[in-house]
Design a binder for this molecule. Structure first.
Ligand SMILES: C[S@@+](CC[C@H](N)C(=O)[O-])C[C@H]1O[C@@H](n2cnc3c(N)ncnc32)[C@H](O)[C@@H]1O
Length: 390
């Protein structure tokens, strides 16, 4: 046996290992059914279901249409809206593989993919094309195994960014972990209102998300807040490691000018100054908020000000909650959840260590007071506890 599942025979795809293809069909059907009732009814999926159930694929023509049905499922799944972490992985991978085959087909001088099922595959080298498809068939088979949630988000985010952003934008590095931010940002595009990022540093995340906003045709604007000068206050817990001391994030002085240039092309406005003060420029509803200011004393007044602009559908993302280098953020946020002001939607800790991202939604109308400095009592409690347990 060649070890391959899909091979080329003249102008058709054939199956060297029909049983392996059956397992792929089974895995794809299982996942695809979770996406939407409408998607579950598409004819290509029905074809895969027959194969998954042990239907006959002995004839050459049946094998060819089976492979084309799988390729069609990849294409159609790419435009589905994922419903949960596993589905993010599935849609992300379908989208990635679909675009890969599209590009590969062009490189091989192939006729349009639409013609493959009913007519024939005509390319410079059908065997090479079949080999690329064979690899995808074996990757898709892995969906029969339990998926990793975080991988799901990461793959989905990567696929969406690759699909929407030009490579030169993708190359610009941001501090923020995109795996969780991108899917949550996409969800917010259907909520009325603008987006605001507080603590945008060099603006790399701002440019990427504003680009996505524009590519989606969403009637929204992205506001990017920063001092564009480096941190102005010292580390409140005095760790003395320089990580968060005054002067941290120093090298973003040119970012304001760069973002101002981007604002001619994108629905993006940089706002220079101290975010707890400058956030007062926002007066309209918000659909997405990314708070990345490192400390409770900065985040609290900002969130308090924008609170009336947020609805129960606004997606509020907070970075560094629980990160040891940012000890004030986690306890402050814990209090916001404990008082019932915010409701946790997604906590990166639940499925991946070391990311420290939380997404929340507003639950209560009133913003609670006195939460800044919650870390002090938590620290005291921890010290007391360690004395008792020692
Ligand atoms: C972790 S960085 C943000 C990273 C950015 N969101 C990204 O994805 O690349 C934190 C930012 O908070 C900013 N910041 C804004 N206002 C500040 C203030 N008043 N004091 C200290 N830092 C402030 C810093 O300038 C820095 O750019």
């Amino acid at each position: 046996m060649s070890g391959k599942c899909v091979v080329a025979s003249g102008r058709d795809f054939q199956l060297a290992d029909p049983e392996a293809f059956r397992s792929t069909a089974r895995a794809v059907v299982d996942y695809a059914r979770r996406l939407s009732p409408a998607f579950a009814k598409i004819s290509s999926l029905a074809r895969l279901q027959v194969i998954a159930d042990g239907g006959d694929i002995g004839a050459a023509k049946d094998q060819h249409t089976a492979v084309c049905a799988l390729l069609d499922c990849l294409k159609q799944a790419s435009s589905q809206e994922p419903t949960g972490p596993d589905e993010y992985l599935f849609v992300g991978k379908c989208s990635e593989y679909d675009r890969y085959i599209d590009k590969f087909a062009v490189r091989q001088g192939a006729n349009s993919r639409i013609e493959w099922a009913n007519d024939a595959v005509r390319s410079n080298d059908n065997a090479v094309l079949a080999q690329a498809i064979d690899e995808i068939v074996s990757h898709m088979r892995a969906f029969g195994e339990p998926a990793q949630h975080y991988q799901g988000f990461a793959a989905y985010a990567q696929a969406r960014l690759d699909a929407l952003l030009p490579p030169e934008i993708m190359e610009v590095h941001q501090e923020t972990n995109l795996a969780l931010v991108v899917p949550m940002f996409e969800k917010s595009l259907s909520v009325p209102g603008d987006a605001a990022e507080f603590g945008c540093f060099r603006g790399a995340l701002a440019v990427k998300l504003a680009w996505m906003m524009k590519a989606a045709g969403a009637p929204k604007h992205y506001y990017a807040f920063d001092t564009f000068q480096a941190s102005e206050i010292d580390d409140p817990v005095g760790s003395g490691d320089g990580l968060l001391g005054a002067g941290a994030f120093r090298d973003n002085a040119d970012a304001y000018d760069a973002l101002t240039k981007w604002s001619r092309l994108l629905p993006l406005t940089p706002i220079k100054g101290d975010p707890p003060k400058t956030c007062s420029v926002l007066t309209k509803p918000l659909s997405f908020v990314w708070l990345d200011l490192e400390r409770d004393v900065l985040m609290d007044p900002v969130l308090r000000h924008i609170w009336p602009l947020c609805s129960s559908d606004t997606i509020i993302g907070i970075d560094d909650a629980g990160r040891p280098e940012n000890p004030t953020v986690g306890p402050w946020l814990d209090q916001l959840v404990a008082t019932g002001a915010l409701e946790l939607v997604l906590d990166s800790n639940a499925f991946v260590p070391g990311v420290f991202v939380r997404f929340l939604k507003k639950k209560k109308v009133d913003f609670p007071t006195g939460l800044v400095g919650a870390w002090r009592s938590q620290l005291r409690q921890q010290k007391g506890h360690s004395r008792v347990t020692r």
